[in-house]
Design a protein around this ligand. Structure first.
Ligand SMILES: O=c1ccn([C@H]2C[C@H](O)[C@@H](COP(=O)(O)OP(=O)(O)OP(=O)(O)O)O2)c(=O)[nH]1
Length: 144
């Protein structure tokens, strides 16, 4: 899939780190280090602008290493980048640890995964089909 990208960052293009990686890592593009106190959140800019083909979205997802080692995650995970969005890709990070965490310029803070999406056309009805599950949810099948 070809995706047009405008790179205003001081870093290279996001790259797939292994041949079958699902996501490309996004780097913080900031003139100064960003320090997040416990439970503090921030919008971190990337310097990238995309033109995603119709029928696709991009999802901003956390990096597991950053989550495990530093307690940093993507607050609105997965963030949704719409195909018609032409603004700068931003990453909303939150520090869920008990310590302040500093992220350096160029640090890999999240990953971007492209996915196909469908738009729904509503068919309004008062009569939905019956299923075995019915209205059961939220743990209705038990926890073990
Ligand atoms: O993590 C994110 C989430 C969103 N966006 C950008 C791209 C997306 O297309 C746009 C709008 O996102 P969303 O629909 O989640 O935000 P909203 O709060 O519903 O705002 P809007 O009213 O602008 O749709 O913001 C990002 O850069 N990073």
């Amino acid at each position: 899939m070809i995706v047009k990208i405008k790179n205003t960052s001081e870093h290279g293009l996001p790259a797939y780190e292994t041949p079958l990686s699902a996501g490309v890592d996004l780097r913080a593009n900031s003139t100064h280090p960003i320090t997040l106190q416990p439970m503090e959140r921030a919008l971190v800019k990337t310097g990238f602008f995309l033109e995603i083909p119709a029928g696709y979205e991009a999802q901003v997802r956390p990096r597991s290493g950053l989550a495990l080692k530093k307690g940093i995650t993507v607050l609105n995970s997965p963030g949704t980048i719409d195909a018609d969005y032409r603004g700068e890709i931003g990453v909303i990070l939150i520090n869920l640890s008990n310590e302040s965490v500093t992220l350096e310029n160029g640090e890999r803070i999240a990953q971007l995964v492209f996915a196909k999406v469908e738009q729904a056309t509503w068919e309004v009805t008062s009569d939905l089909s019956e299923t075995e599950r019915g209205a059961g949810g939220f743990g209705s099948t038990g926890i073990k």
